[in-house]
Design a protein around this ligand. Structure first.
Ligand code: HEC
Length: 191
């Protein structure tokens, strides 16, 4: 009976959770995913800090604009079997738009945040079927830190705002407060 329920949940792509994901060791996958996020985030923030230090936020925007995607692709290529991306409810680059699962996770995180939960530890996982293949999905919230405010806060310097306007005419990724969820890391692995 339980097996049947799990199978139905997998086929229909419903929430399969940690306990009822059949033979899938979601805990181990989540640990692996967290490690991948750490490596990815460390490189992104490292590049950001380096460019902020040497050329200020305007130069750093150029670095985010040209390097964020290649760094994302590099980490996907290195982590065999995994796909890694970032997304948000308030996007700067429309290429990062959320898919159905990501949009659902973001909504849930926003609700939890509204209930007072910190964005630091919010994680959601699911085992589903995508293109006929059993797939592990994982989403982790990204909190807004102090260095993020120069380009995502509500008090952005006019020259920084002008540069952002010219590169991202539809930019929605401003007005964030310290600690608020800025977006998500999203990982996926075919099982
Ligand atoms: C120097 C300016 C700058 C700073 C500082 C900055 N960002 Fe960004 N951020 C950008 C730009 C530019 C993009 C779009 C990158 C692209 O085109 O791929 C972006 C994109 C993102 C995205 C991808 C989703 C989207 O909206 O396209 C996330 C998530 C994000 N930033 C989070 C952060 C966090 C968290 C911090 C602080 C650790 C931070 N950013 C600091 C400029 C900045």
């Amino acid at each position: 009976m339980l097996k049947k329920i799990v199978a139905v949940a997998l086929v229909t792509g419903l929430w399969a959770g940690t306990a009822n994901a059949g033979a899938v060791d979601t805990k181990a996958l989540m640990m692996e995913g967290k490690g991948l996020i750490k490596g990815f985030a460390t490189e992104l923030v490292g590049e950001l800090k380096k460019s902020m230090k040497s050329g200020g936020p305007i130069a750093a925007i150029g670095v985010c604009n040209t390097k964020a995607m290649p760094i994302t692709d590099k980490h996907t290529a290195q982590a065999t079997g995994w796909t890694i991306k970032r997304s948000s409810h308030k996007l700067r680059n429309a290429d990062n738009k959320p898919d159905t699962f990501e949009a659902r996770a973001i909504k849930e995180f926003q609700a939890r945040q509204a209930n007072g939960e910190s964005a630091k530890k919010m994680v959601m996982t699911m085992v589903t079927i995508e293109d006929g293949k059993k797939t592990f999905r994982m989403v982790k919230a990204i909190p807004t830190g102090k260095p993020c405010l120069a380009c995502h806060g509500s008090d952005i310097k006019p020259e920084v705002a002008a540069k952002l306007d010219s590169l991202y005419p539809n930019d929605k990724a401003r007005g964030f407060k310290m600690g608020e969820m800025r977006g998500i890391f999203s990982l996926k692995k075919e099982l």
